[in-house]
Design a protein around this ligand. Structure first.
Ligand SMILES: Cc1cc2nc3c(=O)[nH]c(=O)nc-3n(C[C@H](O)[C@H](O)[C@H](O)COP(=O)(O)OP(=O)(O)OC[C@H]3O[C@@H](n4cnc5c(N)ncnc54)[C@H](O)[C@@H]3O)c2cc1C
Length: 309
């Protein structure tokens, strides 16, 4: 079936922030062939393309995108022994539930994280001391030149909330991911999941957002580590990381509002859309947080969200 390529599709309708102007072209792909066709279309039009999954970690610009926005929504999900193979467009939550159905365990901590397998692997999504890269065996990608290539986990450049696929220069599209899990117990997994859902429910703001705006601080990577440690409560360092939300809160920015965007009362590392926020409002709040946290703590905050200009 021919691809359905839409023109001037409003990107706010395709992301959890509910922000973003029109994409010159927008297409949903459900297979490798669809993806190749969408890339060919972009090349013929001489336009750039941007690939995404659930849109839960992106801020689309108010002006939209003068190119082809490609959303991956495939459904491939297979299990063999302790391994699973998931298409990039499978919802991360669906992978978690199906892995438990298959009697496997490992990803329970990820319940409640929106988005797709491709987005989670690109950003090395994580929570409660875990990240998805712990369970990745291989990642199958479509390279810029159109070859299909298999990367081992070691080749993916996984770091805290990142990988080589989450760079602005990345032109490799994740097609499928091979995971390795442990043998599980459905009842135990169910208990962990309901525990985590309870914790998340109390913490997350009930408004559109893209999750944590900034990465947490990896204390050992700081050039000014000693000075920083003198400014913060040391007991709040968990797994070598310090919560950026705490720094933003200490700068008195919790609840700060610009236009329709606001630093969430529930979690200061979340910027929420309280109604008709513009990307410009969010970007102003981002700059404000960077400036104030830089002044008070000497920290250069780094965005976790991807801003598509
Ligand atoms: C309420 C809320 C709570 C959240 N909680 C967490 C949390 O606890 N932990 C956490 O880590 N994150 C969290 N997030 C952020 C987000 O859900 C995760 O980062 C998620 O894994 C992103 O997946 P996605 O499919 O939506 O990615 P998208 O937003 O669609 O894309 C994100 C990036 O990945 C790239 N990408 C996506 N698919 C592919 C692909 N197939 N090939 C190559 N690149 C690709 C995109 O180009 C983009 O750079 C939260 C977000 C929200 C809104």
């Amino acid at each position: 079936m021919a691809l359905q390529i839409k023109e001037n599709e409003i990107l706010a309708n395709h992301c959890t922030f509910r922000i973003g102007g029109p994409a010159r072209y927008f297409v949903i792909v459900q297979s490798r062939d669809d993806l190749l066709e969408a890339k060919k279309f972009a090349k013929e039009k001489d336009l750039p393309f941007f690939v995404f999954g659930g849109g839960s970690n992106v801020l689309f610009s108010d002006e939209g995108y003068n190119g082809v926005v490609i959303q991956i929504k495939d459904m491939k999900l297979e299990a063999e022994g302790l391994d699973m193979l998931a298409g990039a467009g499978v919802l991360f939550g669906q992978l978690i539930i199906r892995s438990i159905d298959f009697g496997l365990s490992g990803l329970e901590w990820g319940v409640g994280i929106p988005g797709t397998v491709g987005g989670a692997v690109a950003g090395n999504a994580g929570a409660y001391g875990h990240s998805i890269s712990e369970f990745v065996k291989n990642v199958i990608v479509l390279t810029e030149s159109g070859e299909v290539k298999k990367y081992s986990k070691e080749d993916c450049g996984f770091v805290y909330r990142g990988s080589k696929f989450k760079s602005p220069d990345n032109h490799e599209i994740i097609l499928e991911v091979e995971f390795g899990f442990e043998k599980g117990d459905k009842r135990e997994s169910g208990e962990i999941i309901s525990d985590i859902l309870k914790k998340r429910r109390g913490k997350l703001p009930p408004h559109p957002s893209a999750g944590s705006v900034f990465k947490n601080i990896v204390v050992d990577n700081l050039g000014n580590k000693d000075e920083f440690l003198n400014l913060i409560p040391l007991e709040k360092i968990k797994g070598g990381k310090f919560a950026t939300g705490f720094l933003i809160e200490e700068c008195g920015l919790k609840g700060k509002q610009i236009g329709g965007a606001k630093i969430a009362e529930e979690h200061a590392n979340f910027i929420i859309n309280i109604g008709d926020a513009k990307a410009g409002d969010v970007l102003e709040l981002i700059e404000l947080c960077k400036r104030e946290v830089g002044k008070k703590f000497g920290i250069n905050l780094k965005e976790e969200i991807i801003v598509l200009q």
